[in-house]
Design a protein around this ligand. Structure first.
Ligand code: PLP
Length: 390
């Protein structure tokens, strides 16, 4: 009996020829995964080990991106999450439980801190904060129930480079896990696992995405023993990632190296130019000697990316600092970074960091792909107009 056309809409005999090979990984979408027979159904999240079960756990497109990020970071396995913050949460929930203590650097990406003090605390997880430049001194902050140490190097906004190997050695002596937020290096300029880290997290929203059009995070490991716990948490929370977003990231990935090289050179040139300006107190760029932890950057990193901060001199009022940012036109005002457009954000550190004197005179710049001379000319004009602003 021929089937009704309505049935044929979903059950077609139309076939495409096999053998299509292109340079771009195909985009596979899908929630339902079709099994050949009842006996082959399963619900395991680890698609690599057990085969496909459900779109939430991965499609060939999401697993292709995950595999490429693992390769980039020198890990064995990457789990993707819907945002960088979700990746941080997966690590917390994988390694912490009621009664655990987590150590977080004072300069951490602030939603990481807020997650700990506003949410994890409700589940009996304790968090405390340590000076980012502590190195092996981290041992003095350990408590009997410390189970995880976060690192972020360089740290958000204030850009301190951490002695990650020293922190890892101290932690591992006590069987404490170390996670890094490796977003600044794009997972490329700092090989986290070679420096002892257990878990490397990235906001792939930033350099991997690279075009300010997707939100995504990654959790990468080298030791297979960590995979079970992390994968379990990600699967239980239902943290699915869109294959379309993964396609965009896969499209951007091959140009990551040229984008990074360009912003590295531009950022260095602009940072050095700013450091020589009379209006500037200091430039916090890991590749400049003025940056706390510069020696560690030289020892451990293979390059620098396009995000750094500058601090204007104490004679600048907060109003003038904000006028400086407002006077920029090529630099857009906005959070998130790592895309092709330059960005500027003024921060007030006086409320979050008592150990710096940056106050409300710190401005973070994301250097994009615009012409360097254009960016410098604009910074010069904005500095001049800020000085005259009352
Ligand atoms: C942006 C950012 C994140 C979070 O990424 P989202 O995808 O925006 O959640 C985490 N860490 C650092 C250092 C970041 O800059």
């Amino acid at each position: 009996m021929p089937q009704d056309w309505q049935t044929r809409l979903s059950h077609t005999d139309a076939r495409v020829p096999d053998g299509f090979e292109s340079l771009t990984p195909p985009g596979y979408r899908g929630s339902t995964v079709v099994f050949p027979k009842t006996s082959s159904t399963h619900t395991d999240w680890n698609q690599e080990e057990f085969g496909y079960a459900y779109g939430m756990h991965g499609t060939p497109t999401t697993l292709e991106l995950a595999g490429r990020i693992a390769e980039l970071e020198g890990g064995t396995h990457t789990l993707l999450t819907p945002s960088g913050l979700a990746a941080i949460g997966v690590v917390d929930l994988a390694f912490l439980s009621a009664g655990s203590h987590v150590l977080i650097p004072e300069n951490v990406y602030s939603p990481n801190r807020v997650l700990a003090v506003k949410l994890l605390c409700r589940f009996g997880i304790e968090a405390s904060f340590y000076p980012p430049n502590i190195g092996a001194g981290i041992a003095e902050h350990f408590r009997p129930h410390t189970h995880l140490v976060w690192t972020e190097s360089p740290g958000s906004i204030t850009m301190e480079v951490q002695d990650v190997p020293a922190i890892c050695s101290a932690a591992h002596e006590r069987a404490i896990r170390v996670a890094i937020d490796n977003t600044w290096s794009a997972g490329a300029l700092f090989q986290a696992f070679d420096h002892g880290v257990d878990v490397s997290v990235q906001a792939t929203t930033k350099y991997i995405g690279g075009h300010s059009d997707i939100l995504m995070g990654s959790v990468t490991i080298r030791d297979h023993a960590h995979l079970e716990r992390l994968g379990e948490v990600r699967a239980r929370l239902g943290l699915a990632v869109s294959p379309d977003d993964c396609s965009l990231a896969l499209r951007g990935l091959p140009t990551l190296a040229v984008r990074l090289k360009h912003v590295e050179q531009s950022a260095l040139e602009i940072a050095r130019w700013l450091a020589a300006r009379p209006e500037v107190q200091t430039v916090l760029h890991p590749a400049l000697e003025s940056c706390p932890g510069h020696e560690l950057w030289k020892r451990d990193f293979t390059g620098s990316s396009g995000l750094f901060s500058l601090v204007l001199k104490p004679e600048f009022s907060g109003v003038q600092v904000r006028a400086f940012v407002d006077a920029l036109a090529l630099f857009k005002i906005g959070y998130s970074w790592g895309g092709v457009a330059s960005l500027a954000v003024a921060y007030d550190m006086s409320r979050v960091r008592s150990d710096t004197d940056y106050g409300d005179r710190i401005v973070r710049l994301n250097i994009g792909l615009e012409d360097r001379e254009d960016l410098i000319r604009e910074l010069e004009q904005a500095l001049r107009s800020a000085i005259h602003h009352t």
